[in-house]
Write a protein that binds this ligand. Structure first.
Ligand code: CO
Length: 134
């Protein structure tokens, strides 16, 4: 089962410009910034209570987030739910007929394990499930 919303992912063109909004104007705390090569993004994680906002800037145009930006422009990109056992959760979802983008978990920000579900079987919402590393 999903324990909580882990984060909301937002696609941005310019990470520093976006951070000015989130850190200065929204007064959120930047807790982590990392280039995740496997996903072709530079990601910034900000605290909102026990949840997060994840800002995503593409490292190149031909990455998933780069393509998203050229198709739709900046904005909401995905929602991520937290789970304690991502492998069991993926098996359960697959058995329920949910289409998976990632059949097996991959490495996400802060050494978490993540997998994406296809928006076509998730009501049009790109959905990520996350098992934190701790
Ligand atoms: Co995410």
């Amino acid at each position: 089962m999903f324990a909580r919303i882990d984060h909301v992912g937002v696609a941005v063109e310019d990470l520093d410009a976006a951070l000015a909004l989130y850190e200065r104007d929204y007064d959120m705390q930047l807790v982590h910034r990392e280039i995740v090569e496997e996903q072709g993004v530079e990601a910034a994680l900000l605290d909102v209570g026990e949840n997060h906002v994840e800002l995503l800037a593409p490292t190149a145009e031909d990455t998933p987030v780069g393509k998203f930006l050229s198709r739709r422009g900046p904005g909401l990109h995905h929602v991520a739910y937290q789970t304690g056992d991502i492998t069991a959760e993926l098996e359960r979802l697959k058995a329920s007929g949910v289409r998976l983008i990632d059949e097996t978990p991959r490495v996400g920000i802060r050494q978490s394990r993540v997998a994406f579900l296809h928006p076509k079987s998730s009501g049009g919402v790109l959905t990520e499930i996350v098992q934190p590393s701790h």
